[in-house]
Design a binder for this molecule. Sequence first.
Ligand code: ADP
Ligand code: MG
Length: 649
Amino acid sequence: MSDSTAAQTRRFDAEVHQLLKLMINALYSNREIFLRELISNASDASDKLRFEALTREELKGCDQDLDIEVSFDAGAGRLIVVDRGIGMNQDEVVENLGTIARSGTRRFLESLSGDAKKDARLIGQFGVGFYSAFIVASEVEVETRRADEPAEAGVRWHSTGEGEYSIEGISREEQGTRITLTIREEHRDLLSRWQLERIIRHYSNHVAFPIRLVELGAEDENKEDAEDANKQVINDTQALWARPRSELADDDYKSFYNSLTGDPEDPVSWAHHHVEGSQSYSLLLYLPGQAPFDLLINRDEREGLKLYIQRVFIMDAAEQLLPRYLRFMRGVVDSADLPLNVSREILQDSPLLKKIRATVIKRSLDMIEKLAQEGGEQWEKFWEAFGSILKEGVIEDFEQRERIAGILRFASTTSDGKETVCLDDYIGRMTEGQDTIWYLTADNLKVARSSPHLEAFQRGNIEVLLLTDRIDEWLVAHLNQYKDKPLKSVSQGKINLDDDAPEPDEAARKLAGRVKKALGDLVGNVRPGTRLTDSPGCIVDDEHGMSLQMQKLLRQAGQEVPETKPDLEINAGHPLLLAMGSIDDDRRFEDLSQLLFEQARLAEGGELADPASYVRRVNQLLVEALTAGGASSADKDSGSGEDANATSA
Ligand code: ADP
Ligand code: MG
């Protein structure tokens, strides 16, 4: 302990240094958030103490009347934030204030774009915490002591935010942490009662501990008045979720959401329930309108739903209370029936919590369903931000599969390109005799819309869902049917939409056989079919195998996928095929077969194994068609095509 009293100078981690520099520049215009961060740390530290005091004898009584004090001295240019929370020992100070220990912050740093405006918004959303003090301060001093250690175990940390900090052992009577900022000249306008009150109300109104604002060095005024004013609590510490709904206005819910999540935007909607009965709890759920920046990357998001027990914050319990496909939900659960000293392990298999979880899922889906039915801008915003995540539910949650599937919206051949069609709409529009929900998966809408696979469906006026989200391929792999109607891919297996369609004749089968022979190992099967009207050929997926689109996605994700040979369906009535039927030259037939196959792949948005030889073949045909000799042969070809057409008609 003795050497800890000598002041040491240490260097920050390179990352901290980077963050500090960035902070001061990018956040200049957003400077007020520093106070939100310091108060939120003070509140976290008080929460931690209250939680530990529940179970640890030596902390009994330490957690009474916890509060947070913000004091300022305009003359001296100082701002001080004091809490009586858990505090830190020397190792913790080094770990927490000298490095970037949290993986979240590291990810945040990696995601910075260098564009100051964009980065400032990111930081605002993300909450960069303690270091934001350096936005407004030229010097920061931290004095702290852990509530469960003696006074001599105090620590003083000091830095000017320029690469180094000093740390020394001190004696500190008070438990908890005191942070003193020396405010830069240009930010001293912040040091007034009305400014600070405004900022605290704006960002920290719902912090669960009383926040007092104290003006220092204003002694010349009437002393008693000043003291009274100094004692006022300026935030609303009442647990909003515990209050009856009838007492709360929309603005209360919105501002609580802002302070709960740090998201400055309004939530899209919320639901507030007090459940009474064999177990009682309160539930306040929010649908946000925008995704925190790391939501999509981070599937193990723990934050989102806070668990309170009789208004004592216990932990972030999204893991226990929310399935992953609802990880965008935000809110609070407050149970009256769980023991206060509950641990993560106990929570994991608490039947009580399982029940709450089921309710959270149900209520969340209720909200989303309602929003979907109302449609409009709010829904679109929600869908754009979280639609792909919600789809994971179809894959992960068997019990809710059909319900979630019913909420999803897709583009289709009858929609204007927007994702507005739900499966029930689709079923309502099915043509007579149609029993299948048809879909097409593709990389994007443009490729989807021009796919040759749609030709037969257009002819039959049958709607096809166009699925272009990366997750859709997995979605349909798990959603074999919806309300007893099978879902099928238009590119898979044999399709017979039209009972009256003529069976392929002998000539067509022979032609298909010849194409197969010409293509050899490049394809599995070649067969004449009824899918096509305008195109000469298309790739068909094996009815029971993995679709080409799925294979492509898996390969992009770095997985090894065994080569499977695609089938080729030909349109024997197409002029090209009719012309090919009368070609004797095997080499020429082979070239044309290759082209047919390559075109079918391209139309699919697929890639060619050998693009150069495709180009060579096309060029050769062009030259033949354009040179004198070629011109006559082209004449001949199209002539024989028409002839053949005429005979077949
Ligand atoms: P975060 O709060 O998101 O963890 P911060 O940068 O705000 O990140 O704080 C880093 C860490 O420093 C906190 O996790 C906490 O362990 C510690 N810390 C900061 N302020 C306090 C405080 N007032 N009391 C106790 N610990 C604190
Ligand atoms: Mg913090």
